[in-house]
Design a protein around this ligand. Structure first.
Ligand code: SAM
Length: 277
C-alpha cells in the first residue's frame, strides 16, 4: 500500500507538468489550423500533405493564446502533448490520488492517447507519490482513427479518420515521455486498433479507465473488454461525452445494457466520469 505524498513540492511539480503538457500560457503565438471537412481548403491541404509525406508540415495560425479555451481543452494545440486542457488533467490527478488513497488496486489505461500527454501526466502523478506497483497503459493505433466499419449506425459519416493530425507514431509518443524523464518499465504501449489489442491485452486490473477514442465504435471497443477489469472504487473517465454525440450514445447504450446507475459527474463541457460502485 502506498500513501499519498503531501506538500508543496508535489503540487508544484504536478502543476508545472500540467501547464507544460498543455502549453498553458506558453503557446501564445500559434495554434494548428484545421479546415472544415470536404471544403476546398481541406482538399488542397490534403494534397499538400500527400506530396510532403513523412514530413511534419502544418498550417499554423499566429494568434493570441486563449487561456479559457486551453483550460477546458477546446483547441488542438500546435505543440502541446495533450489537447484535453487543464481541467481534464486535474480530473486525472483527482481520481488517481483517490484510488491511491483508498487503496483501490489496478493500473491506469487511456484508450486514445494522441501525443501521450494525459498518460505522461498519469505517470508523473504515480512518480510524485512514489507509486511503483501501478502501470500506465497507452493504447492507440498510433495511426489516427479507423474509418467507420458499418457496425454502428451512430458512426455513419464520421470524419475523424480523415484527420491526419491525429496520427502520431508510437516513437513520437515515446519521445514525449522521454522528454519528461518518464519513460520506464511502468509505461506500456498497446499498439493497434482497440478491437484487436484490447480483448487480449495483458492488463489485469484497472483502477482508472480513461476513454478518449471519440467514436461510438472506439468507445465500445474499449469499454466491452475493459470495464469488468475495473474493481469497485475504480473510475471510468469519458473524454468526449459532451463533444461527440456518438460517444455519449455508446456510454448510455453500455450503461443501459449493463444496468449501471453510478452517477455521472461533469468535468467540463466535454469530459465526464463515474466511480464504479
Ligand atoms: C482525441 S485523440 C486523444 C487525445 C489524448 N487523450 C490527449 O491527451 O490529447 C484520439 C486518439 O484515439 C485514437 N483512436 C481512436 N479510435 C481508435 C481505435 N479504434 N483504435 C486505436 N486507436 C484509436 C487515435 O489514434 C487518437 O490518437
Amino acid at each position: 500500500m502506498t500513501s499519498l505524498q503531501q506538500g508543496p513540492a508535489v503540487d508544484l511539480y504536478l502543476d508545472v507538468m500540467a501547464k507544460m503538457l498543455t502549453r498553458y500560457g506558453f503557446e501564445g503565438r500559434n495554434s494548428t489550423v484545421s479546415f472544415p471537412d470536404r471544403s476546398f481548403e481541406s482538399y488542397l491541404w490534403n494534397l499538400v500533405r500527400m506530396n510532403t509525406k513523412g514530413r511534419d508540415i502544418r498550417v499554423v495560425e499566429a494568434g493570441g493564446f486563449d487561456a479559457e479555451r486551453r483550460e477546458v481543452g477546446r483547441d488542438w494545440p500546435a505543440d502541446a502533448e495533450t489537447m484535453v486542457g487543464l481541467k481534464r488533467l486535474a480530473n486525472v490527478r483527482q481520481v488517481l490520488e483517490s484510488v491511491i488513497a483508498d487503496d483501490v488496486p489496478g493500473d491506469f489505461i487511456e484508450t486514445g492517447a494522441w501525443r501521450g500527454g494525459t498518460c505522461i501526466y498519469a505517470r508523473a502523478i504515480l512518480a510524485a507519490h512514489g507509486v511503483t506497483d501501478r502501470t500506465v497503459w497507452v493504447a492507440d493505433s498510433f495511426e489516427g482513427l479507423p474509418a467507420p466499419d458499418g457496425r454502428f449506425e451512430a458512426d455513419a459519416g464520421d470524419q475523424h479518420h480523415t484527420k491526419i493530425e491525429l496520427a502520431i507514431s508510437v516513437e513520437m509518443v515515446q519521445d514525449n515521455f522521454r522528454r519528461y524523464d518518464l519513460l520506464d518499465d511502468q509505461v506500456k504501449f498497446l499498439k493497434g486498433w482497440f478491437s484487436d489489442t484490447l480483448p487480449t491485452a495483458p492488463v489485469e486490473q484497472i483502477a482508472v479507465l480513461r476513454l478518449d477514442g471519440d467514436m461510438y465504435a472506439s468507445t465500445m471497443d474499449a469499454l466491452i473488454p475493459l470495464y469488468d477489469k475495473v474493481p469497485a472504487g475504480g473510475y471510468i473517465i469519458v473524454d468526449d461525452y459532451g463533444a461527440v454525440k456518438a460517444c455519449a450514445k455508446a456510454i448510455h447504450d453500455f450503461r443501459d445494457e449493463r444496468g449501471i446507475t453510478d452517477e455521472i459527474h461533469e468535468i467540463d463541457w466535454a469530459g465526464v466520469y463515474w466511480r464504479k460502485s
